[in-house]
Design a protein around this ligand. Structure first.
Ligand SMILES: Nc1ncnc2c1ncn2[C@@H]1O[C@H](COP(=O)(O)OP(=O)(O)OP(=O)(O)O)[C@@H](O)[C@H]1O
Length: 300
């Protein structure tokens, strides 16, 4: 479990982290989403122990990460700027990682050659294309068999086939070995299919953090045609976050479970009624307070 409490980090007087708190449960695939400059890389660098916060706490299973080799040995990361020694190749790095990470899995390294066959393992990583470098980074990270995997915009530069392959490898590790994945992106859509928890980051703070199952079960989009053209007066305790109308169709975003909301609206004997799931994007837009452009800018 990763716990960040009120972390502050200042660079030359600028607060890149401004009291950031977040909580990543063990075994989660947690997506951290925010616009450029929100502080995603900065918080990930604290969680991997590269930076030390000015104040607040960054803990993995209750232990501080900074200058803590025991905790750092359990974490693998793919940073936004990949760094490998001089002219080392993927194979050289595998040898190096074997000495550093106690769980480095050579058999897996061999087995994954087939998946990453486009990567020339003997070529210096720096001479590979950007996408190939990312592939090499994934290959190595998956062999570390980490308990925690921290990925900074990981699929940038990968082609769609490789993206799918990498995600499916990660998901199977999460399912089989209960690893925790923390992944950043500036685009919520990219994470929609893979994450089970999402935190929205803006100006160095997490604005909202939720588990997707909670969100998806507790917010519903109702499309309803009532007998009258106008929207009837709905019960006061029905939490309607948004209403729109096209022709006679009213679209209501309502907090609550789909069947409960359906039963409550059925009292009005609508001519037509449908309960639809919301996309992750829509959920966050409504959770953060409507179809505000500022909100859209934060998550898309
Ligand atoms: N080492 C540093 N020195 C000075 N300022 C920094 C440093 N690292 C980050 N910053 C500043 O902190 C803020 C947050 O940067 P960060 O890289 O964490 O954002 P990000 O959310 O990862 O953005 P992007 O999506 O563009 O990668 C930015 O204003 C950036 O300029």
């Amino acid at each position: 479990m990763i716990e960040v409490q009120n972390a502050v980090k200042t660079f030359d007087g600028f607060r890149a982290l401004d009291g950031l708190s977040m909580s990543v449960p063990g075994g989660a695939i947690y997506g951290l989403v925010g616009p450029n400059g929100a502080g995603k890389s900065t918080i990930l660098r604290h969680i991997t122990g590269v930076y030390q916060q000015d104040s607040g706490q960054v803990l993995v299973d209750g232990q501080p990460v900074y200058e803590n080799p025991a905790v750092k040995g359990r974490i693998a990361d793919i940073p936004d700027e990949l760094y490998y020694f001089g002219s080392s190749s993927t194979r050289d790095m595998a040898r190096f990682y074997k000495g550093f990470y106690p769980r480095f899995d050579e058999k897996r390294y061999e087995a994954l050659k087939d998946v990453f066959r486009a990567v020339d393992e003997k070529r210096p990583i720096r001479r590979l294309s950007k996408g190939m470098q990312k592939q090499a980074a994934f290959w190595l990270a998956l062999c570390i068999r980490p308990e925690i995997l921290v990925l900074d915009e990981p699929v940038d530069g990968l082609d769609p086939v490789m993206r799918r392959q990498v995600w499916s490898l990660l998901m199977s590790d999460v399912a089989q070995e209960n690893i925790t994945v923390l992944v950043s992106s500036h685009n919520l859509r990219e994470l929609e299919d893979v994450c089970d928890h999402v935190g929205i980051l803006s100006h160095g703070r997490v604005l909202i953090e939720r588990s997707l199952s909670d969100l998806q079960e507790n917010l519903v989009k109702m499309q309803v045609v009532f007998q009258e053209k106008e929207l009837p007066e709905l019960p006061e305790d029905m939490e309607v976050l948004n209403v729109s109308q096209v022709g006679r169709i009213h679209t209501l975003i309502v907090r609550g479970k789909a069947d409960e909301v359906t039963n409550r609206l059925a009292v009005y004997s609508p001519i037509l009624m449908d309960a639809l799931p919301l996309t992750l994007e829509e959920i966050f837009i409504y959770e953060l307070g409507g179809e505000d452009y500022a909100v859209r800018d934060i998550i898309l």
